[in-house]
Design a protein around this ligand. Structure first.
Ligand code: SAM
Length: 298
């Protein structure tokens, strides 16, 4: 079986993931932007790309997971970023026009910023994970200054599956479950107990009750005083390796194979991808990314 890496690091480095994010970042108008909030920043991909474009930015990266924050720190360090350990220090540096990065383990649902303090809020491929969509969007609108921008993308929305490709993802799940069954059969022959599975822990995918369509996201955003300035669905080809990295990501594996130890779930998901690609004799699968930019009135 393929190597198990349950963090988001490898996934975020895959070509398709990097290029779709780079394209979106390249289109953001950074002219009047100084303070940026990168919500659910993960490995800091968007922060790094934004700082590459405009090194003087003051970027605050927020993620619930300390492991991701550590990965962000490492990447940004490699890029030579200057860090501020407290929000107050970060704020003072921004006011002095010096920029720099402040990273914090925190929820994106309750932002530590004052009203109107932020010029640009970005959230890369995580908006679908926010447990309360209106509350999240109200927070974004609150912290943005008049004329401030909101940018997000997501590959988990109604419309992400390119017509005719759903069966690839069904096949992947079928094969992942078969891989788990085979693992259990092997364990049985060795006299070992089956892989433990916690019952009653089944999470609904990404906590939300439904995936939202492109029109649904536009409506939700505009209900909070933000005007959509661009919305599109971009088909992106994902290679077998790319999808193995997606499936191997612990955050996804623990949802899709809920209740199993995350490393074993991740391993089976990766096997599921490899077998689905072999069974269907494909080398890549397209999937749509939703990309949205919006502006606060003013
Ligand atoms: C799929 S990753 C995206 C990471 C990054 N934005 C990127 O595009 O590479 C989702 C991230 O959302 C974080 N996350 C999920 N719910 C969150 C919340 N309520 N507040 C902050 N971060 C959250 C996870 O820890 C994870 O790092």
């Amino acid at each position: 079986m393929t190597k198990v890496d349950t963090t988001y690091e490898s996934y975020a480095q895959d070509n398709h993931y990097v290029s779709v994010n780079r394209q979106l970042v390249s289109e953001v108008d950074l002219g009047a932007v100084s303070r940026v909030a990168d919500l659910a920043c993960g490995t800091g991909l968007l922060s790094r790309m934004l700082l590459e474009r405009k090194p003087g930015l003051a970027v605050c990266g927020i993620d619930l997971d300390p492991v991701q924050i550590e990965l962000s720190r490492r990447g940004l360090e490699e890029d030579g970023a200057r860090f501020h350990e407290s929000l107050e220090e970060w704020r003072a540096a921004a006011e002095a026009g010096q920029g720099g990065v402040h990273l914090r383990v925190d929820s994106a649902m309750e932002l530590p910023f004052a009203d109107g303090e932020i010029d640009l809020v970005v959230i890369g491929n995580a908006i679908h994970m926010m447990p309360d969509r209106p509350a999240f969007l109200a927070e974004v609108a609150r912290v943005l200054r008049p004329g401030g921008q909101f940018v997000f993308n997501s590959v988990f929305y109604a419309g992400t599956f390119v017509e005719g490709t759903e069966m690839v993802f069904t096949e992947m799940m079928k094969e992942a479950v078969l891989a788990m069954n085979e693992l259990n059969a092997e364990r049985k022959t060795r006299g070992e107990p089956p892989v433990p599975r916690k019952r009653g822990t089944v999470k609904r995918a990404f906590q939300q009750t439904e995936w939202v369509s492109e029109a649904g996201w536009a409506e939700a955003v505009e209900a909070h005083g933000l005007t959509v300035t661009m919305s599109r669905q971009t088909p992106v080809a994902i290679s077998q390796r790319g999808l193995e990295l997606v499936g191997g990501y612990g955050g996804l594996a623990e949802v899709l194979m809920s209740g199993y130890p995350v490393d074993i779930a991740s391993e089976c998901m990766q096997a599921g991808v490899a077998r689905a690609f072999a069974n269907l004799e494909i080398s890549e699968v397209p999937r749509n990314w939703l990309e949205v930019t919006a502006k606060k009135a003013g």
